[in-house]
Design a protein around this ligand. Sequence first.
Ligand SMILES: [Zn+2]
Length: 484
Amino acid sequence: MHTLIKGGTVVTAEGERRADVLVSGEQVAAVGERIDAPSGTKVIDAGGAYVMPGGIDPHVHMELPFMGTVSVDDFLSGTACAAAGGTTMIIDFVIPAPQQSLLEAYRIWRERARKATADYSFHMAVTWWGPQVFEEMETLCREHGVNSFKHFMAYKNAIMVDDATLIASFGRARDLGAICMVHAENGDLVFRMQQETFERGIHGPEGHPISRPPEVEGEAANRACQIAGVVGVPLYVVHTSCRQAMEAIARAKLAGHRVFGESLVQHLVIDDAVYRAKDWRHAAHHVMSPPFRAPDHQQALWGGLQGGTIEVIGTDHCTFRTNQKAMGKDDFRKIPNGTGGLEERMSVLWHHGVRTGRITPSEFVAATSANAARIFNIHPRKGTIAPGSDADIVVWDPAAHRTLGAAAHHSRNDFSIFDGMHVTGAAAVTMSRGAVLWQNGTLSPVEGRGRYIERPCFTDYARSQTVRNTHCAPTPVERQEFVP
Ligand SMILES: [Zn+2]
């Protein structure tokens, strides 16, 4: 089965050129000018459009059990709404409960994800420490293609890890050739500030940002970056939302540490005025961590994206309906944290980033697809359009207008934080491994067609880190420090 995407401008992170793209089966067969397709080839007219690698969102949570409830988008509705927005792959997080086997949790998440219509992979959260975790990290790397380990520095008394666990896990990941990730907020400080805020009589959603100021994030981001630098492991800082955290990442990069920054598209365009809304529902639907920030932080994030401190724009898509948010009606600490954005991510970034001239189309592809593919080691299978790559392709209409909102989106959520936003630029066709999932405004998900994508470790990469950080080169004796 062949498909020819004809007459478009192919954009990758490297550049753009007029070219046709021939898809054969599930892969790209050829990219070039005026390709002669075999007879019987289906043709997609991409005249006037960009042809780009499908988006990769490396930060989402489908059907996540969290704060006493479960996020409403599952792997089918999540990957389907992703496709409607031009995204063809997600990386979710397996989050074991403290003391739970990592492998057992991994199997549960794999089972949940079987219904996905587009491809997916998993980061593994390290939520506790012990000999079993030490061993299972290696099994996950070697046998299951998990090369990234996430650490929550917040959510005290739940999934938060202390510095000792962070250091032990970072060292183990380094030796395996894996990459570490952090949710950077000082959980002890948040816990205390939440209590104090509540005791002062502030019980509504406006208490949420008061209890998590930018300093709380900046401190944790800096700590994680410095620890990763000393240990010598690559680090990916998720959902960087403020100037303080971005400066910590920039400092680490200047020091030669391999640190990557991610921001969420939501934080680029929405500010903390949402928490002052009179409508409780509106404010509660914006409760996520880190919270929305004052507008000057948005400017810093855009600067970080333009200047290379931020490599990836994700969403942390984790949706809760109004009745779930209402669990925290009388106590902001009980509002399930999370917002959606998987379907809107690419249009919002195109509209506010490319159309304003802040970033080029190639930089857009880097931030929405190619960089995530490189950082998590699935490039060039994903994240580019080249012979042999998976045919995960979006035909992007730069002139298409959309008004975003809950009435228009395909998520199961009953609220959209982008409600009423007009954007120009949208996915006209989205193809996942050669199959069209979205065209002419029609979504055609196929339950179970999505595949689990294994991501091998970076063995040579880890070795180069060891050489680079000679002051902490892991001699056999020093390695012992990281063994439980
Ligand atoms: Zn998250």
